[in-house]
Design a protein around this ligand. Structure first.
Ligand SMILES: [Zn+2]
Length: 152
């Protein structure tokens, strides 16, 4: 069995267990994998990524999980070239405009939310537990696939 973090087209995230990746692909294609929150069958694997906060919303926007370089390569291999280019541009924008707070993402997100820290875009790593807690606290954030940079 393998465990996948999944995401529907409304960006709900949930977990699924499958016999293997082919089994997941098969089930997803036949609409047998649905979102527990909205029932959508447009489901794809959520990619592991660091967290991003949007300065515009003043609320943090975050993606979970630090991608190891090797993992990053594996991710890149699964993404169509056009999507990869888009994600690389997104990453470049985030790195340009947001503060990297690393594993302190959840803490810093709370501080910004509470007005204790300057409202700004931040990005960093959040564990699935962090992400869940932030969601429960009503702190806005999102996860994005964190791909290797275009320049390697
Ligand atoms: Zn959903």
């Amino acid at each position: 069995m393998i465990h996948y973090a999944l995401r529907c087209d409304s960006a709900h995230e949930f977990d699924g267990w499958f016999k293997d990746s082919a089994a997941f692909e098969r089930m997803a294609k036949r609409g047998l994998v649905d979102c527990p929150q909205c029932g959508s069958t447009k489901v794809s694997r959520a990619l592991m990524a660091p967290a991003v906060a949007s300065s515009r919303e003043a609320a943090p926007v975050a993606p979970p999980a630090p991608p190891a370089p090797a993992e990053g390569k594996a991710i890149a291999g699964q993404i169509p070239a056009a999507a990869l280019a888009m994600l690389q541009r997104m990453r470049a924008e985030i790195e340009k405009h947001c503060d990297y707070v690393g594993p302190r993402f959840a803490d810093e997100a709370r501080r910004i939310h509470a007005g204790e820290s300057e409202a700004r875009g931040i990005y960093g790593e959040a564990t699935p537990e962090d992400a869940e807690a932030l969601r429960e606290e009503g702190i806005g954030f999102r996860t994005i696939p964190w791909v290797p940079r275009a320049d390697g």
